[in-house]
Design a protein around this ligand. Structure first.
Ligand SMILES: Nc1ncnc2c1ncn2[C@@H]1O[C@H](COP(=O)(O)OP(=O)(O)O[C@H]2O[C@H](CO)[C@@H](O)[C@H](O)[C@H]2O)[C@@H](O)[C@H]1O
Length: 475
């Protein structure tokens, strides 16, 4: 099949979060399965600074009634996949992808509506008629609408798939602020009270909707878990499915990981002990092999459960443990964690930054990994943790519920610790259960680590599920 990805992040090229992991691994898995995949990305400043890319075709011009857009389409062959970049400096030559200093750019609606339209325009210039255009999150969420309303008939055999990686980010923008869509002849159906909700538009217009775990798909159909989109999602329930993300074991493998100081496997964890010592050293924590280290790597947002974690930090520090957190995001979470690190330099380290190398070291050197998320469409770090013998402590929501088996509920198959109540105390009790297992039952703890290391969530499995969905649309 000919498959096009319209996406805003691809790991190795540009990344702020988990979307990028999928933007890399899924196209590569589809390509490896024998299909022709191309990826369309905005030509962000960070990409332009690193790669001086040639033009893929003559200069592009896109007309709308409000504005004429002259843009360049650039091309790179990357791991056997054609990647095309929409180069429009006015919108993408900026320091941030979506925001500057945690404040969203005021014209994000216009920037990404244009990106979606530019992808369709560029496909015609390239003479490509894909079987599937696969869009991801609000950034390319207007593409299914534009595709459906395309008057040219050029895309008559092209179907759209829209994947929800995070339904909390919906992209709600005032029509008045979106020159690209303002005069579109069919736009008024998408406008409610003067605003367009991009995610809602994709839910209504895409041929199929997927999300990144079966459990999050179920949650999206409930009032509580749908982030306000319950009615629309229920209407499309027959076209909605959950396909679990995979773990890229070529990147996340403790036997080969190039970022960590020592390698290890399930039979010999001595290299993990070395990684732990190195992590403690780099985090300015005392080198104490018997003290459990709790790691966390994430965007600093409410979603990731800081509302449960921050209130119990004082009580946690009464236990014999260490904690290392790396993340960027919400300034108030940064401030809380930074102040706490200053007060507890022997037990708590906080790195306010984005570092892939450090993320790998935390995965390898920690004993436990914390993901107490409010909600979690899939979650990737719990899969990475399992692969590294780092026992995940998670809230049983979304994909976390699909991937971690709790020690108490299912002792024989256990791979981690799961709590459900959305409260700080529930998290504290869960961490205490984990501490007990670590200190008092080292055999059980070791078995849990080994079981996790043997668990496999492959991208091949995910790609097979996406392919059968794509094929069903052309049957
Ligand atoms: N400071 C930092 N330094 C280095 N690396 C960092 C980092 N902060 C985050 N990362 C990395 O970014 C990725 C985060 O992935 P997640 O799936 O946990 O989160 P995210 O919420 O961004 O993604 C959304 O999309 C993904 C993909 O579908 C879903 O799994 C998820 O549930 C959904 O919220 C991981 O690879 C992690 O290591």
């Amino acid at each position: 099949m000919k498959i096009v990805f319209a996406i805003s992040e691809v790991e190795d090229l540009v990344k702020t979060g988990g979307l990028a992991d999928v933007g890399k691994a899924l196209p590569l898995a589809l390509q490896a399965a024998g299909h022709e995949v191309s990826i369309f990305l905005p030509y962000y400043k960070t990409i332009a600074q690193q790669h001086n890319l040639p033009e893929a075709c003559p200069a592009q011009t896109l007309f709308t009634e409000s504005k004429v857009y002259h843009f360049t389409l650039r091309h790179m062959e990357w791991r056997g996949v054609n990647v095309y970049f929409v180069d429009y400096p006015e919108y993408f030559d900026r320091d941030g992808l979506y925001n500057s200093a945690y404040e969203a750019y005021g014209d994000n609606g216009e920037r990404f509506a244009f990106f979606s339209g530019a992808v369709l325009h560029a496909l015609q210039s390239l003479n490509q008629q894909p079987d599937i255009i696969h869009c991801h999150d609000w950034h390319s969420a207007m593409l299914p609408f534009l595709l459906k309303q395309d008057p040219s008939g050029y895309f008559a055999n092209t179907k759209s798939v829209f994947t929800i990686h995070n339904a909390a980010f919906q992209g709600v923008h005032r029509l008045e602020d979106i020159p690209f869509l303002r005069h579109h002849p069919s736009i008024l159906n998408q406008v409610h009270g003067g605003y367009i909700n991009y995610l809602q538009s994709a839910i209504e217009c895409a041929d199929k909707i997927t999300t990144v775990s079966p459990n999050y798909a179920t949650e999206l159909l409930t009032n509580l878990g749908s982030h306000g989109l319950h009615d629309r999602l229920v209407q499309r329930a027959g076209d909605l499915s959950g396909i679990l993300n995979g773990c890229d074991y070529s990147q996340w493998n403790p036997m080969t990981d190039g970022y960590i100081p020592a390698h290890f496997n399930a039979d010999d964890l001595s290299g993990k002990a070395e990684c732990k010592a190195n992590l403690q050293k780099r985090s300015n924590l005392p080198k104490e092999p018997g003290v459990p280290v709790f790691g966390m790597v994430c965007r600093l947002t409410e979603q990731k459960g800081f509302g449960y974690l921050v209130p119990i930090l004082d009580r946690l520090m009464q236990h014999k443990l260490q904690m290392v957190i790396i993340g960027t995001g919400d300034p108030s979470v940064c401030q809380d964690l930074g102040e706490f690190a200053e007060q507890h330099p022997d037990k708590f380290a906080f790195i306010n930054g984005f570092s892939t190398e450090h993320a790998h070291l935390i995965e390898a050197g920690s004993d436990f990994f914390l993901m107490p998320s409010q909600f979690e469409p899939c979650g990737l770090n719990q899969m990475y943790s399992l692969a590294y013998g780092t026992v995940p402590i998670v809230r049983g929501v979304g994909g976390l519920k699909d991937t971690v088996i709790d020690a108490e509920q299912n002792p024989l198959d256990a791979t981690g610790f799961v709590f459900f109540e959305p409260t700080p105390d529930a998290l504290l009790n869960c961490i205490r259960r984990a501490l007990l297992a670590y200190h008092e039952c080292s055999t059980r703890f070791r078995e849990m680590q080994q079981r996790g290391m043997g668990t496999r969530f492959t991208w091949e499995t995910a790609a097979t599920a996406y392919l059968s969905l794509y094929e069903s649309m052309h049957a």
